[in-house]
Design a protein around this ligand. Structure first.
Ligand code: URA
Length: 226
């Protein structure tokens, strides 16, 4: 079997595994001899096993231009889970979410509400960098978002924070603009969800910071009373 055939087969296997896991609760764990060595989970936790499913992902065209799959970062049992859009250049190089300018602002936003970056789980709708930082395409979001949903299911945060229109629209399955989505209460899979602007929107226009502050200032109380 050629390399292309083998990797196509491995993708089918891992798609099927994810489907069986989501539908019937079968274990996601990679099987020896089927996955590449790089696809082996580093431990047996569900999040590591899910990460291993993506380590060599070729499910959409974004794989062609990426340096790393940016799966997510933070404690497996974080109380707060933050969802952005897609990795940028710096994230692609480091393999970590929100480590560029938007990430620095996100860290400050979190500190303003008494949360350290290390205490939250951070990920994106799309795990690979779109070329030239363009918006992720609908097929890329559709391909990648089952992994986001699975991350949420595994982590079971007490609060979800969606940053920007792609995260909010993907989680809520809507096309409403972000300015209409923000400022309202939601739940996703039983988890309270707050929607706000992406930090990049605040870098682009600092006047947007007031909206973000309005949206996130109640988070400490939500976590206290939950
Ligand atoms: N913007 C995002 O949406 N995610 C990142 O990880 C970095 C920038």
């Amino acid at each position: 079997m050629g390399g292309d055939e083998r990797s196509a087969l491995m993708e089918c296997v891992s798609d099927l595994r994810l489907y069986l896991h989501q539908r019937y609760g079968l274990p996601l764990k990679a099987r020896r001899g089927v996955d590449t060595p790089a696809a082996q989970p580093s431990d047996d936790s569900p999040l590591s096993t899910l990460r291993a499913e993506l380590v060599d992902c070729r499910r959409c065209a974004l794989c062609g231009g990426r340096t790393s799959v940016v799966f997510g970062e933070g404690p497996d049992r974080a109380q707060v889970m933050i969802v952005g859009e897609a990795p940028g250049a710096e994230e692609d190089i480091q393999g970590k979410p929100f480590v560029g300018r938007s990430g620095q602002l996100l860290t400050k936003m979190l500190e303003a509400i008494g949360l350290s970056r290390d205490s939250v789980y951070i990920t994106n709708v799309v795990k690979c960098r779109p070329p030239e930082n363009r918006d992720p395409k609908p097929d890329e979001v559709d391909t990648c978002s089952p992994f986001l949903r699975e991350q949420i299911r595994i982590i079971q945060p007490r609060l979800l924070l969606a940053l920007g229109s792609h995260a909010a629209q993907t989680i809520l399955q809507t096309k409403e603009p972000i300015m209409q989505l923000r400022g309202k209460s939601y739940t996703y899979a039983g988890v309270p969800l707050i929607v706000t602007l992406h930090p990049a929107a605040c870098l682009y226009n600092p006047n947007n910071k007031k909206f973000v502050w309005e949206d996130i200032k109640g988070i400490p109380n939500l976590l206290k009373n939950d």
